[in-house]
Design a protein around this ligand. Structure first.
Ligand code: F0G
Length: 490
């Protein structure tokens, strides 16, 4: 008999299944991404979404009360992969706002009540990542993980470091050199994660952390990037909260910035499950917005017409693009450092979400991102640059008349304004605080809790050594056999 919850390969040509207790970031048979699936007939699914409203009055300090307090777990019947409520790791994440943004709407030429901003920066670590981390940490606890790791452009690492310290696991984060905003770096250091600064960008960091987690099993590392399907289960809750704030009536559009494409993938899964369960009638359209300097999805979807096609998408299309990137030694570059990613690992799931939500993809320049970030701050509560890519994308889609000013639009503001104050100060004053810091005299840090980043070459042996491991432990080193992310693994 089928389990109530299980992992399944997203490639319909494969469809291999795995037990929930297995730790996997890819299908062992074909290398594709995995989904968490449920046998809903054997699970208690509410008859309508209004069921969840009672949880606002039952939040409290007991286990159930804490789950009802969480903006993720108050929807726990829609992500039932855990065994008992005691499995769940929660710190009160997901208590975020949907703000009716009439002043900003006016600036954008939209009617009052039509533009809403979902402030995910109000999460405990200041970004939407906490929605996914609470779910992945729940799974990590279920399987007895002790060491958790991720590669990050900054927000995933901040969130991981915070959860790891609170549940007393060892946190390990890989960040690119000079690639992450100080706000985010300061969080990883402050929460006590071992911070490995790799000479390279996010794509290099992700490749390395996957190698360390998969090819050096002796290090016992549990991988927390969004290739971990449990992360995306938690991120579905962003859509549940948007619905809740709109009295369970879906908007016409959801707009989200695209980096590693985990969030948009989670939104597609949320809506296709809700639709299949008869809990919503309408599915909003999805717009995923890239930065021009990191525009892989837009290039593939809008220019090269790559489509999911029931899972039979033409894998040679991304393969060719990535080969050309390698050949020209291309590296992404954008002021929106959070989405400075050229090889989004969730590409197949994003293509699926675009199909499920009748989606579009656009790219916006750094200038457009900065202008719209300033507008969100001037007529809202502010956000970091990557989040404003969504709002800049909305402007583009209005101009193109793809979105009409009378449609309801929700822009997901993924990270808090204070994550990247340098971008803000530079915008308003022209002063680059990062550059000023480079010329300032340095002091040796003396504090009792100093946690310095460790700088390493982009080389697996050096990284394993920095982690206290023996490079001789490295197994299966043939690139692409297990952990490398070449397109064959799509
Ligand atoms: N917005 C912000 C503020 C982010 O930090 C990220 C991703 C995204 C948007 C893109 O989301 O990857 O699901 O498409 N940040 C990751 C990180 C990559 O490491 O913090 P995505």
């Amino acid at each position: 008999m089928k389990e109530r919850a299980f992992q399944q390969c997203i490639n319909p040509g494969c469809g291999a299944t795995y037990a929930i207790e297995q730790v996997k970031v890819a299908c062992t048979k074909c290398g594709s991404l995995l989904d968490i699936l449920y046998d809903w007939d054997r699970l208690p699914v509410p008859k309508s979404l209004g069921y969840f409203e009672h949880r606002w009055s039952t939040k409290g300090s007991g286990v159930q009360g804490q789950l009802d307090f969480s903006g993720v777990w108050r929807f726990r019947e829609l992500m039932p992969f855990f065994r008992t409520d005691d499995d769940i790791v929660t710190i009160g994440e997901g208590r975020t706002n949907l703000q009716r943004a009439d002043l900003l709407a006016r600036q954008m030429g939209m009617k009052p009540g039509k533009l809403m901003l979902q402030y995910e920066g109000l999460n405990p670590s200041g970004s939407f990542k906490d929605n996914g981390m609470t779910a992945a940490f729940t799974h990590a606890k279920m399987v007895g993980a002790k060491k958790v790791a991720c590669a990050s452009t900054g927000n995933t690492s901040a969130s991981l470091a915070m959860f790891a310290s609170l549940v007393e696991m060892d946190g390990l984060v890989f960040i690119g050199s000079g690639k992450i905003s100080f706000g985010k770096l300061s969080q990883a250091l402050d929460y006590g994660a071992l911070t490995i600064q790799v000479q390279g960008d996010f794509d290099a960091c992700l490749r390395r952390v996957r190698q360390v987690a998969v090819d050096v099993p002796q290090l016992g590392i549990y991988l927390m990037n969004s290739v971990n399907p449990f992360r995306l289960e938690g991120q579905k809750s962003i859509m549940y909260r948007v619905l809740e704030a709109m009295d369970w009536q879906p908007p016409d559009w959801v707009i989200v910035p695209g980096g590693n494409l985990g969030n948009c993938s989670a939104f597609g899964k949320a809506y296709s499950e809700l639709k299949a369960l008869g809990l919503v009638k309408k599915v909003p359209r999805l717009a995923v917005i890239n930065a021009t300097g990191a525009n892989t999805l837009n290039e593939l979807f809008s220019r090269r017409n790559l489509r999911w096609q029931g899972g039979k998408f033409d894998r040679t299309v991304p393969q060719k693009l990535f080969a050309a990137m390698d050949e020209s030694n291309y590296h992404p570059h954008t002021i929106a450092s959070a989405i400075e990613i050229s090889r989004p690992v969730n590409l197949p799931k994003a293509l699926r979400a675009l199909e499920e939500m009748n989606g579009v993809v656009r790219e916006v320049s750094d200038e457009e991102i900065l202008e719209h970030r300033a507008m969100v701050a001037r007529w809202g509560f502010g956000c970091e640059p990557a989040s404003a890519a969504g709002v800049a994308g909305l402007r583009k889609l209005l101009d193109e008349q793809v979105i009409s000013p009378s449609e309801t639009v929700v822009c997901i503001l993924t990270g808090h304004e204070l994550k990247d104050p340098n971008a803000t100060v530079k915008y308003h004053t022209g002063i680059d605080m990062k550059a000023v810091q480079d010329i300032a005299p340095r002091e040796e840090p003396k504090g009792k809790y100093v946690n310095r980043p460790i700088q390493v070459e982009d080389d697996l042996g050096s990284i394993v050594r920095a982690l206290g491991g023996d490079p001789a432990l490295i197994t299966a080193m043939k690139q692409g056999t297990r952990s490398g992310i070449p397109v064959a693994e799509f």
